[in-house]
Design a protein around this ligand. Structure first.
Ligand code: KG4
Ligand code: ZN
Length: 345
């Protein structure tokens, strides 16, 4: 079965073809970063218009790459939510219109389910069940994942998400958007010790996070004035270290809280899982605390069409029934915990 996946929830247009027998056949991505950069963040209306411009050419491109025609597509998966309403509508319209024309099923995928399952596309995929650390621009959650659609929340952020903490700190420091990669780049030349930011909730005794205090602390330091390029790099390093310290400590706590007998597997997903310091720190923690950590392929950490095609394929393979659509809707706000396991029809 060949599934076309379409992602358009935010500032990346992603299209991919996933085959249940042969794996990922082709993928294409257009990032809108350059377009939004001058505004310091995503401008929703510009995002929607750009998705309109990119989606069909990218679809033609992946079909050519895979060497198949539109008729070779067996089903179409698209991001139904959560995300920017206008941006979601573009992907959903194209996906459903194609599904109607080709008389194929269309399946609306939860964006975060796409992220959560993306590590399963790696060459050494984790088996269920596992604990997941989901760290994206809008979410920071620890989840118990017992199968496709079976997600129990263990911990959540009380305010800003980890990616948001990177983005807001970067903005305060005058770095570009998105903040995560910009902070990580500058941190590479930073020296530890000059600044000390808070590590919120480290000893809260639960698996929740809070990152808004970090942004306030960065704002205070920036207001006082950063003395030269080295000071900026040192602060970038401390921002990254503070965020990663908290993510690692809470992940280790989640692994230690696992009832005896349950496999000690930690899966990390979402845009922030691209951060190499986070990857290194968790790789070091797994040896110290006796668990195994899994990441998506670096190219599949941030938004992409492959994870959407893959999540759709897993649900369809499990027997979930989806009709040829005659109507559709998007779900800009859609809690992950409301998803259910694929129901065979
Ligand atoms: O998953 P994603 O692409 O989009 C959402 O679903 O939100 O995540 C985007 C987030 C942004 O906050 C971005 O700054 C962060 O992921 N990010 C990173 C890195 N690459 C992307 N954060 C830290 N280090 C990175 N290398
Ligand atoms: Zn995402």
């Amino acid at each position: 079965m060949i599934v076309l996946g379409i992602e358009s929830s935010c500032d990346e247009t992603g299209v991919a073809l996933y085959c249940t027998e042969r794996g990922l056949l082709a993928q294409a991505l257009h990032s809108q970063v350059a377009m939004h950069e001058r505004y310091g963040g995503v401008v929703p209306e510009l995002a929607s218009r750009d998705h309109i411009r990119r989606l069909l050419p990218l679809t033609t491109q992946v079909l050519a790459q895979a060497g198949i025609t539109r008729n070779g597509i067996d089903a179409i998966a698209y991001t139904q939510g959560p995300g920017l309403a206008g941006a979601l509508l573009v992907g959903a319209s194209v996906a459903n219109a194609m599904a109607m024309a080709l008389e194929r099923p269309a399946i609306g995928i939860h964006h975060l389910e796409g992220h959560l399952l993306s590590p399963l596309l790696a060459s050494q995929p984790p088996a269920f069940p596992f604990v997941a650390l989901l760290v994206s621009g809008g979410h920071t959650q620890l989840l118990e994942v017992s199968g496709v659609g079976c997600y129990a929340l263990l911990g959540d952020t009380l305010d800003d998400a980890a990616g948001e903490a990177f983005d807001k700190s970067a903005k305060l420091m005058g770095l570009g958007y998105p903040g995560g990669p910009a902070v990580a780049r500058l941190a590479a030349s930073g020296v530890a010790g000059r600044f000390k930011l808070p590590r919120p909730m480290l000893r809260s005794g639960d698996l929740d996070f809070s990152f808004s205090g970090l942004k306030t602390a960065v704002a205070t330091l920036v207001r006082k004035g950063l003395d030269g390029d080295q000071a900026r790099a040192d602060l970038a390093l401390e921002v990254q270290t503070a965020i990663v310290d908290v993510l690692v400590a809470k992940s280790v706590a989640a692994m230690q809280a696992r009832p005896a007998g349950l496999p000690r597997r930690l899966v990390v997903a979402g845009g922030v899982s691209a951060n190499s310091y986070l990857r290194q720190s968790l790789a070091a923690a797994q040896d110290r605390h006796d668990f195994q950590v899994f990441f998506p392929e670096p190219a599949l950490c941030t938004d992409n069409g492959a994870m959407i095609a893959f999540a759709g394929a897993l649900r369809l393979q499990a027997g979930e029934q989806h009709p040829v659509p005659d109507d559709f809707s998007v779900r800009p706000r859609w809690p992950l915990e409301t998803l259910t396991a694929p129901a065979a029809g």
